[in-house]
Design a protein around this ligand. Structure first.
Ligand code: AMP
Length: 449
């Protein structure tokens, strides 16, 4: 199947060519015909699947005919980066159509947005808060809207945007087409879908997609040695561009700075940055000025950076879905990528959860010559742990290193690897016996990379 099947207007075909798309992605194949027919859509797909063009192309096709100079399509997105990206997509794909779009978000001066709105646009891509400001100031009218897209609805819920979205929807005409996209389907999204969508077509693109082109590995390490290990990993790995994820804004900033000090071309993005600094970091990462970008999940949401060769989880994500989201940044299209996760003893349950989603065990690796026994600095707040739950049954990395292998095992880890009996095959995800086996081999250091 190619794009000709959709019979797009020649100005849109020109946009598709300009973007370099040759064949539609699975979500485009399924969503475009339904959107062209005017149906409501519930799209279950993560970033990296081509979902943006799946709604942008048929919306542009609809807007070619009909009036100009008033807002006919509204796309609501959780972050400024995602809003900008969608708007960039519209500009590329719709370049020859004459359709005008604007991205609207907070943290930047509102006057430029007001001026552009006053000149007339047909499409708005907006974050909820700033759009509400415009609606309150009556600098925009949505009374003639035809299509509403809610993108990354699960993230909008996580970020507390649902009340704002409901306020926005009160200002829209009741008769309109609604497209709802979400990577996951928690109860709240199901409720929203029931409220907003009218006889929707559900399109689901599996969340296991990245596994085929991405190689996964975990690196067991103590909390206080994570940064040292990260540096070693970066030194010893042939990387092109690396996206590093941390759990906190503070950590993203600190690691970005530490990497720069060590001579890496690194930048960080986190919620506290000004819009200009974020843009500078992102553009720098895209054009290769920075080889490494350190980000929190929120700051990186929806960021479309093709060609990321490595995703490194400095901190393991909070859910398997978040892991899939992060990993979705690498191994796109035909290229391959690697995903490394630094894990501590506290992370074993999450690792097992991720393995269940991936349907396979993740290889555990160690870095040769790395000193895993360096003690934690005293009085270091960052690594001061909350009181621990009962000690898990598996042995920690350190205890293993200190006590050494059991007498029955070979002394050298390389030999250990050879003499250890083969591990049973991964059981099907979801089967009862796929339960985490604490004491399983993944957290054992193995001297081979
Ligand atoms: P998205 O999931 O919308 O963030 O898209 C991920 C990436 O895939 C973006 O860089 C798009 O420009 C690109 N893309 C979207 N559709 C296609 C296509 N049919 N062929 C090649 N690349 C595409």
């Amino acid at each position: 199947m190619d794009f000709k099947t959709f019979n797009f207007h020649s100005s849109i075909t020109a946009g598709i060519e300009a973007a370099g798309y040759q064949t539609p992605t699975p979500i485009q194949r399924k969503a475009i015909p339904a959107v062209l027919k005017g149906q409501d859509i519930m799209g279950l797909a993560q970033t990296g699947t081509g979902k943006t063009a799946a709604f942008v192309l048929p919306i542009l096709e609809r807007l070619i005919d009909g009036g100009r100079g008033f807002v006919r399509a509204l796309i609501v997105a959780p972050t400024r980066e995602l809003a900008e990206q969608i708007n960039d997509n519209i500009c590329t794909l719709g370049k020859k159509t004459g359709i005008r779009s604007i991205s609207i978000y907070g943290g930047v001066n509102i006057n430029a947005q007001i001026a552009k709105l006053a000149r007339g646009v047909e499409v708005i891509v907006a974050c909820p808060g700033r759009l509400l400001d415009h609606l309150k100031q009556q600098t925009v009218s949505l009374s003639r809207l035809e299509v509403l897209v809610l993108d990354e609805a699960d993230h909008m819920f996580d970020m507390g945007f649902f009340p704002d979205i409901k306020r926005i929807m009160q200002q829209l005409p009741a008769r309109r087409q609604n497209l709802l996209f979400s990577a996951t389907m928690p109860r709240e999204i199901l409720h929203l879908a029931r409220e907003v969508l009218h006889q929707p077509v559900t399109i689901q693109i599996g969340i296991t997609a990245p596994a085929d082109t991405v190689t996964h590995a975990i690196y067991p390490v103590a909390h206080h040695l994570k940064t040292r290990l990260l540096l070693e990993l970066l030194k010893s790995t042939n990387t092109e561009s690396v996206l590093i994820f941390t759990r906190t804004k503070h950590r993203a900033k600190r690691i970005g700075e530490q990497l720069s000090k060590k001579g890496f071309k690194a930048a960080s993005i986190q919620g506290n940055l000004s819009q200009n600094r974020r843009r500078e970091a992102l553009n720098g990462f895209r054009d290769g000025t920075y080889q490494i970008l350190v980000a929190t999940d929120i700051a990186a949401r929806g960021i479309d950076v093709s060609g990321v060769s490595h995703v490194i989880n400095y901190d393991i994500p909070n859910t398997p879905d978040a892991y899939i989201h992060r990993i979705g940044r690498t191994g796109r299209a035909a290229s391959t990528g690697e995903a490394f996760t630094l894990v501590t003893d506290d992370d074993i349950t999450m690792v097992r959860g991720i393995e269940r989603v991936l349907g396979a065990r993740i290889k555990s690796k160690v870095i040769d010559d790395f000193d895993y026994d360096i003690p934690a600095p005293k009085n270091n707040q960052e690594f001061a742990r909350p009181p621990r739950k009962p000690v898990p049954r598996y042995k920690s990395l350190h205890r293993q290193k200190k006590t050494g292998p059991k007498p029955s095992r070979s002394a050298s880890s390389a030999e250990t690897k050879q003499t250890r009996p083969a591990r049973p095959q991964q059981r099907p995800a979801g089967s009862k016996s796929a339960k985490p086996r604490h004491g399983g081999g993944s957290f054992r250091p193995r001297r081979s990379r």
